[in-house]
Design a protein around this ligand. Structure first.
Ligand code: WTA
Length: 653
């Protein structure tokens, strides 16, 4: 293995300090307090987490031990009992939050529903009775395959209430992908809808479930929500309409208490190879991590209206739509459909219509908005916004500045939050009232997170040197194992290669700058070795998109006899621009100027679109195969649009 450093040569010197105005009202507005609390959280984690767990969660039975750590297995708050749904709902009854909006929903056709905390509790209670009547008991797995509608949240919380383990499968996944996930965890119940609205059309979810269930014998019941009123075939003895089962169920439901370590959910996430990994999260520690981080990172206030664009099928939807927000009694806005339906200003229109104060979205979405043009933004006021967030991939400084200027009007701090499905909650992030921001950096660790950057032998590297991002201490919301495959869990995340078997390996490359700020370079397998220099694809991409003609870019390595790897970039241009050789030369020169001659792409390929997962991540693995001139092998089930791949291959140079 090579020890060369990851080259991190982005020149980003801009610093944005919190305004006095924001700082004054912030939940945490004092740098010294952050430093003190952070130091305690990593130097004396048991004391820190004991205090937080007692303060933040409603316990039925107090815990004995804060942490039992037998690497790589952690038990948090052992001996304690609670109910996660009660912590999100019942606890607000009898307070000012009882009649506050918990969920504001806008469907793609424009229909709006507001559900108060009290109403949400009734919905959840009723569904909990429905589950029990169907014979679902604690520990059973329930697959949720729904559009982004309030019932998705209701279904998750009803599972939590009776101790059933949910596995939410994103509504854009195919029948094949759904079947694999159901079979892996042997779900007994599937919850779906007739359909959901997407780009003005009905996505026929029920039909997909029918197909998936041809090969999924564990499923006994399918509960079907009526959303689009499209025709569906109901299988006798298996399929039940939600509204029929729900009718007449009591609004009250006695919630049982479950152990702190009772499984809460399984969420499947793709690994670099093989079938998806079933990340397992449990109850108390997970909820505490999600709740505490949501409160400080989003600086939650009673009158906030928080909008996260992530679907419920991703971990962001779990932690920062449902568990972290509702446990804090926040008002959460959710939207069913596409961001450009009927026009590319849908998000901005909804922000004004509903008075959204906090927006949490992904860099890929931000780049799409940039590409669609500023005019769609400028039509709207956006003056209710006070805080912006980013998650999912490194945000290139160009997109950061656009987000900051056009959306936030230079008034709203941006929290660039680094975390993973596996970490359960945000690990590296600015706190908006205290942390000076640098565009493109996730800045500093959150409470309890102990990240470190190490070389291939597990030695910590000096500042400004790239390496592998690891986490050196257990934290409450960490994954507990991979469902049904503890051996893979150990192997994927806790390889003793790094010399310390109890260090969690994130799989990301990163560096820390002189101020200790973390800069995530991207997945380690997205790091290239060109002429002995390791260089992050994210930085090349960031350089490319800083050119005025470029909308989006992806960089991959291609095996090269001379250089080890040569650099191939795939580029989409902004609307109305035509590819030409002159532009290719200009882009090469531009990257050379931004990063240095070694980063100049060997080949530039213009394309109308990049292959992406349905959550918007560019599938570099596929681009690597295309760049290498071979056919596309391996799993393409997570691809949003296969025709992108076909046309890329057809345009082979
Ligand atoms: C990447 C999403 C840079 C990273 C919550 C990580 C990020 C993977 C950021 C996890 C960020 C997520 N800056 N990179 N702010 N947030 N990533 O499991 O590579 O879908 O390992 O969780 O996304 O993706 P996942």
């Amino acid at each position: 293995m090579s020890n060369e450093t990851i080259i991190s040569v982005s020149r980003e010197n801009r610093i944005f300090r919190p305004s006095a105005e924001f700082q004054r009202q912030a939940n945490l507005g004092n740098q010294a307090t952050y430093k003190k609390l952070y130091a305690e959280s990593v130097n004396n984690p048991e004391r820190f987490w004991r205090t937080q767990a007692l303060k933040e969660l409603v316990w039925r039975k107090p815990f004995r031990d804060v942490l039992k750590w037998s690497p790589p297995h952690a038990k948090w708050f052992a001996g304690g009992k609670l109910n996660v749904a009660e912590n999100c709902l019942d606890r607000h009854m009898g307070t000012a939050r009882e009649n506050k909006a918990a969920i504001i929903f806008e469907g793609e056709p424009g229909d709006v529903r507001t559900i108060t905390y009290r109403q949400l509790l009734f919905h959840v209670n009723r569904l909990a009775h429905v589950f029990e009547n169907l014979g679902i008991v604690a520990g059973d797995r329930v697959a949720i395959y729904l559009p982004m509608v309030p019932e998705a949240i209701i279904a998750m919380l009803a599972c939590a209430r009776i101790g059933a383990v949910h596995t939410v499968v994103f509504g854009g996944f195919s029948a094949e992908a759904l079947k694999d996930r159901i079979n892996d965890c042997k779900a007994r119940l599937v919850i779906t809808a007739d359909g959901g609205w997407r780009r003005g059309k009905v996505v026929e979810l029920k039909a997909t479930v029918d197909k998936a269930l041809e090969g999924a014998p564990s499923v006994q019941t399918v509960l079907v929500l009526r959303r689009c009123k499209n025709a569906v075939h109901m299988h006798n003895g298996r399929d039940v309409w939600w509204h029929e089962a729900w009718e007449g169920a009591p609004n009250r439901h006695e919630a049982k208490a479950f152990d702190s370590e009772h499984p809460l959910y399984i969420l499947y996430t793709s690994g670099s190879t093989g079938k998806p990994k079933g990340v397992l999260h449990t109850s108390a520690g997970y909820l505490l991590g999600a709740k505490l981080s949501a409160y400080y990172v989003f600086d939650l206030k009673e009158n906030d209206r928080y909008f996260c664009t992530a679907d419920i099928g991703w971990v962001t939807g779990h932690s920062y739509v449902v568990y972290g927000l509702l446990s804090n009694g926040a008002t959460v806005f959710i939207y069913e459909g596409a961001p450009n339906q009927p026009e590319p200003d849908r998000l901005w229109r909804m922000i004004d219509r509903h008075g959204i104060t906090i927006l949490y979205t992904a860099p890929t979405a931000i780049r799409a908005f940039m590409r669609w043009g500023d005019n769609y933004v400028l039509r709207h006021r956006l003056d209710s916004l006070r805080l912006l967030g980013s998650v999912g991939e490194p945000i290139n400084p160009e997109a950061w500045m656009w987000y900051y200027t056009l959306i936030g009007k230079k008034r709203c701090p941006i929290v660039d939050t680094w975390w993973q499905t596996e970490t359960g909650s945000i690990m590296i992030t600015p706190l908006p009232g205290v942390t000076p921001l640098k565009p493109g950096s996730g800045t500093l660790p959150f409470f309890g997170a102990a990240p470190k950057i190490v070389d291939d032998e597990g030695r910590e590297v000096p500042r400004n040197t790239g390496g592998k991002l690891v986490i050196t201490k257990p934290w409450p919301s960490m994954l507990r194992t991979l469902w049904g495959d503890d051996a893979r869990f150990r192997k994927a995340y806790w390889s003793p290669l790094l010399g310390n078997g109890d260090c969690y390996i994130t799989g990301d490359g990163a560096r820390q700058d002189k101020d200790g700020y973390f800069w995530i370079v991207g997945r380690i397998d997205d790091v290239l070795n060109v002429s002995g220099h390791r260089i992050g694809t994210a930085e090349i991409e960031s350089a490319l998109v800083s050119h005025h003609a470029v909308a989006e870019a992806a960089a991959v390595g291609k095996p090269d006899d001379l250089k080890g790897q040569s650099l191939v970039v795939f580029v989409t241009l902004k609307a109305g621009l035509q590819p030409c050789d002159k532009l290719k030369e200009e882009l090469r020169a531009h990257v050379g100027k931004e990063i240095g001659p070694i980063a100049k792409p060997d080949q530039i390929r213009f394309t109308a679109a990049l292959p992406k997962t349905r959550s918007g991540k560019i599938m570099r693995r596929i681009l690597k195969e295309i760049a290498a001139g071979g056919e596309v092998k391996g799993d393409t089930t997570t691809l949003e649009d296969f025709s992108v791949v076909t046309s890329l291959i057809a345009n082979e140079e």
